[in-house]
Design a protein around this ligand. Structure first.
Ligand code: HEC
Length: 145
């Protein structure tokens, strides 16, 4: 028996239990809709959503053809770039000496918790908790090699 079938059965059970409670119909339909939604696309990310999310970085970082270093280094080609390697940007010693390449995996960890990934670095950012938001952001940054 497939997992989906099991889910359907337990949903059916839940619905019969809820019925006597006069659960409003719209709620039931919402429940049903939630159950049968296709799973979100993982890992690929949506560059358009990423563009919007980049506003959280844009006070310190630029990306794109005319990007310059600001409070933080420019982020062109960040995926695959060596940490602390932009010419003319003054990094903290922690970032300068981090022997790290910004793979997507490392970026994910860093964006979730910058201070844990490169202890003592000077990026003041709380971190981004959501995997899907990080995937969107990386999809956006990938457009600027
Ligand atoms: C408050 C300013 C600020 C914000 C907001 C910020 N950063 Fe940073 N970021 C910095 C600074 C400053 C550094 C340099 C850190 C150092 O030298 O220790 C940095 C470094 C980085 C690096 C390493 C760059 C390199 O060349 O090694 C990446 C990647 C990065 N930031 C990505 C982001 C992303 C993506 C966001 C948005 C989700 C973001 N940052 C938000 C200030 C910021």
């Amino acid at each position: 028996m497939t997992v989906l079938r099991l889910l359907q059965m337990s949903l059916f059970k839940a619905l019969t239990l809820l019925k006597p409670l006069k659960t409003p119909k719209p709620l039931l339909f919402t429940l049903l809709a939630l159950m049968f939604q296709s799973p979100p696309a993982l890992a690929t990310g949506d560059p358009e959503k990423g563009r919007a999310l980049f506003s959280r970085c844009a006070s310190c970082h630029q990306v794109g053809p005319s990007a310059r270093n600001g409070f933080g280094p420019q982020l062109n080609g960040i995926i695959g770039r060596r940490a602390g390697s932009v010419e003319g940007y003054v990094y903290s010693p922690a970032m300068k000496n981090a022997t790290l390449v910004w793979s997507e995996k490392n970026l994910k960890t860093f964006l979730k918790s910058p201070g844990d990934t490169v202890p003592g670095n000077k990026m003041r950012f709380w971190g981004m908790g959501s995997d899907s938001q990080i995937a969107d952001l990386l999809a956006y940054l990938r457009q600027y090699p």
